[in-house]
Design a binder for this molecule. Structure first.
Ligand code: PHE
Length: 470
């Protein structure tokens, strides 16, 4: 069955795929979410579990996704249906694609709101509102002012989703290639210089290191300090690994559909996952020393990056320039991720309903925009509306359901399909396995994807619903 290219086009080289997939992986998840999650769950133990999940679950699932995408050469819903047919399995495996589309809509709805925050900090930085007088109080007040205003949030959310739809309407390759080639390396360099700032200009760099790498499982397993075990922290770390790597919902599968046949999947995946992890760790190393140097609370939640970094920019030489640049680059990182979240749905509409890319991009983004308004309002007028879980807003619910349930569940199904349903010949073909399957990297992957991933994800799910109460 294997098609040589997809109807939507293909990447011009392996490097373009690496850039696009890294563009998808590196985003708000690394710079906004990872530090505040690590802060909330007490640091080191969370970071360790996160790293284990990336290595043992995230990387094997990412390889499987790229493999399935390239073999299917269509949007995840259609690719999974074709692959199920090829492997003589039930067409219901297309549910992986459907759940991915649902997860994508939900993720992009809140992601666009936070992307809007990043965008709004660009003019805020240029205007010089953060300067030597900036304190933790004034930086906190600026952030609270932003999220307290439904109008301001709506404006930025609208602009962000429009930017995303715009690139998708034009076709992914044209816009994306340029954006990721220069902007990703620039973001990386800027993060490195922020780490250098944290190292030399705060005297709390070691505190930051200790917080991130000193493993104290009590904080992760007994978050309330009352001796009551909770699997929530482990689930949050696993969910964060899925979210950060963009796996479990078909975004990477979609990009895999555009991958040339001769590209080696294993090293490519390791590069993407490595870059993603490095960016998350650098973000933590830049942020936590600033948190401790200013007496901020590491567990203060979603505002963490938006409050800490403006303090640092306010006090450093050339802060206006670097601060502006940082938020421009953060916006680009969010943008390239958002594009990958929208692409599977749009590609499916183009394939199955024969809509133009433009029409599909516009209608999907209007629906997502409307859903995103729930997140906008849950930060202000619906702040105390906690319909599902005590103390959790709708914005929190969206994040929780997608990262902690839908993505790991999608990853679990992808793993089961790739490991147990697909023919070995298909693996050998896509992963370029020679020697009749004796290849060590293939054997490692097969072991991880057959046993470690399904068992790992299931155990974490069970622990979070309280099956193991130790
Ligand atoms: N990986 C992106 C980030 O870290 C978010 C994302 C999730 C993108 C799921 C695609 C799919 O910001």
């Amino acid at each position: 069955m294997t098609h040589s290219v997809s109807m939507h086009g293909s990447w011009s080289s392996r490097w373009v795929f690496i850039l696009a997939a890294t563009g998808s992986a590196v985003g708000l998840g690394n710079i906004w979410k990872f530090p505040y999650m690590a802060g909330e769950y007490g640091g080191g133990a969370f970071v360790l579990v996160y790293l284990l999940c990336v290595a043992m679950i995230g990387i094997p699932v990412m390889m499987a996704e790229i493999m399935l995408g390239r073999r299917g050469r269509k949007s995840p819903i259609n690719a999974m249906r074709d692959l199920a047919e090829e492997a003589s399995q039930h067409p219901a495996w297309a549910a992986i694609g459907w759940m991915g589309v649902a997860a994508g809509f939900m993720i992009l709805s809140f992601y666009s709101v936070v992307g809007g925050w990043a965008l709004s900090y660009v003019p805020e930085m240029i205007s010089g509102s953060f300067n030597a007088d900036t304190s933790k109080e004034s930086a906190g007040a600026a952030f609270d002012g932003l999220i307290g205003s439904p109008t301001t949030l709506t404006i930025w959310h609208t602009i962000f989703i429009f930017l995303t739809a715009f690139v998708i309407a034009r076709g992914v390759e044209k816009g994306l290639e340029k954006a990721v080639k220069f902007l990703m390396p620039a973001l990386f360099l800027l993060l490195l210089s922020l780490v250098a700032y944290a190292m030399f200009s705060t005297d709390k760099f070691m505190d930051g290191i200790n917080f991130m790498f000193n493993v104290d499982f009590d904080k992760l397993f007994y978050p309330k300090g009352d001796g009551q075990f909770s699997g929530e922290g482990v689930l949050a770390a696993m969910g964060q690994a899925f979210f950060s790597l963009s796996v479990g919902m078909g975004a990477i599968m979609m990009y895999g559909a555009y991958l040339p046949k001769d590209t080696a999947i294993t090293p490519t995946t390791v590069i993407i996952a490595g870059a993603d992890t490095l960016v998350a760790l650098l973000a933590g190393l830049a942020i936590f020393p600033i948190v401790f140097a200013n007496g901020l609370d590491a567990g203060s939640g979603p505002g963490l990056v938006f409050i800490t970094l403006p303090i640092a920019f306010g006090h450093m030489p050339g802060g206006i320039f670097f601060g502006t640049l940082f938020f421009v680059l953060l916006t680009f990182a969010a943008w390239t991720s958002a594009i990958s979240i929208l692409e599977p749905s749009v590609a499916w509409l183009v394939e199955s309903w024969h809509w133009s890319r433009k029409k599909a991009a516009i209608l999907c983004s209007i629906a997502i925009w409307a859903l995103g308004m729930l997140s906008v309002f849950s930060l202000n007028i619906l702040k105390d509306f906690h319909p599902f879980v005590a103390g959790q807003t709708l914005f929190d619910n969206f994040q929780y359901i997608t990262s902690n349930i839908m993505l790991p569940l999608g990853g679990l199904l992808i793993a089961i399909f790739a490991a147990w349903m697909m023919e070995r010949d298909a693996h050998h073909d896509e992963l370029h396995v020679k020697n009749g399957g004796a290849d060590i990297s293939y054997k490692t992957w097969l072991f991880l994807i057959r046993f470690v991933t399904p068992v790992g994800v299931s155990l974490v799910f069970l622990s979070a619903i309280g099956v193991f109460s130790v």
